[in-house]
Design a protein around this ligand. Sequence first.
Ligand code: ATP
Length: 252
Amino acid sequence: MNLSPHHPRFLSLKTRDDLVKAVASGLVAPQGLIAQGRGEAFDYLIGERTMPTASIATLAAVALLLEAKSPVISVNGNAAALAGKEIVNLASTVSASIEVNLFHRTLDREKLIARHLKNFGAKEILGVGSAASKTIGGISSPRAKVDPNGIGKADVVLIPLEDGDRAQALENQGKRVIAIDLNPMSRTSQVASVTIVDNLVRAIPALIESSRKMKKLPQSQLEKYISSFNNERNLANAIEQIVQYLQGWIKN
Ligand code: ATP
């Protein structure tokens, strides 16, 4: 597709085009396009910008990642296609492992995603094939399978684009879940410890930037970011910010 960068919806159209190509190459399952469509609708409603509440959640998320003993970034096809390079960069900045975890799991797609991320410099990708040998209770989909060296033993898991069942099951296992989800009302957003209501193409670069700055902070200050954050309140504020933005569209 020939897209002019001057088109007012260039970024959204380019992202769409990238995902269509990723479906053709097998990186993304066709169902990933539907998830993207749902996300796009919410992105429109938040004004396709990072809301102040997302920036607050980003600070709490970075503090959790930097404080974690075994942080893991869980990656599916959409996340790899939309922000593969940035995910590898974030993992190296906060010393997190990367694990492939797919709803529509096939060994071919797992290997393709692992190769895609290794092309961006990732040394090791967990969860591919038989490496995902542990099963987490409370999940009926193939997403229940995790790598015992990754999500299996993780204390903090970053899950861009998740389904609610798995987010809940990970929290039930005592793990702190960080979600990136454009829908503040999704089950994932509601059950996570920290939800960043933003598009992952904006959220991951923001996480990298804050991680670089916050790495220098003492542990006590990181802990303050964590203890002062309340996900339920922040989600309520996110919905209020969406409502305020929408009120700006009422012309009389
Ligand atoms: P849940 O089970 O949590 O209620 P769901 O069934 O509503 O989720 P799914 O269709 O499983 O949602 O997954 C898509 C989710 O990912 C949606 O909430 C959508 O808003 C979000 N999403 C899609 N694309 C992006 C993106 N680029 N950045 C952030 N979030 C996204």
